[in-house]
Design a binder for this molecule. Sequence first.
Ligand SMILES: [Zn+2]
Length: 161
Amino acid sequence: MIAHSRLNAASSIRYDGLRSIDADLRPMGLFGLVESREVEVNKRKLESYRNLLEGRLAVLIDASTDTVESMAGERPPQHADPTDRASMETDRSFILRMRDRDRKLINKIEDALKRIEEGSFGTCIECGEIISEKRLKARPVTTLCIDCKEEAEIIESKQAG
Ligand SMILES: [Zn+2]
């Protein structure tokens, strides 16, 4: 009797299981079709962001290689008078600051490319919302949606002030 009801319970669970899978399959088929088209569009968009980012990265790496080369060739000569040497030092620190900014940007671009690979590109790292396309186009290296960015800026300005 117990065994029999267990069997019944098991078979009804199995039946319900199959039913729910079957019931799920139909809408999934429909959404699946829509989804795959969206995935296609997203893939193309991601590809264009990837091209954009890789292009910027190449330019930055080229520029920083040039800077390193020109810095190596521009060491102040011993006989230069102090004024010349001072202005060369100023140039050097300017170049170093530029390089620092470039390096940060290079890191950001590499992060963005990694996020494209991982599939998390375009999602806010704070709240998990989709970052608007308008914002991504203007700033493809961003990791925050506009709301979280604004919030971060408010916090930053409070800390600064
Ligand atoms: Zn956010």
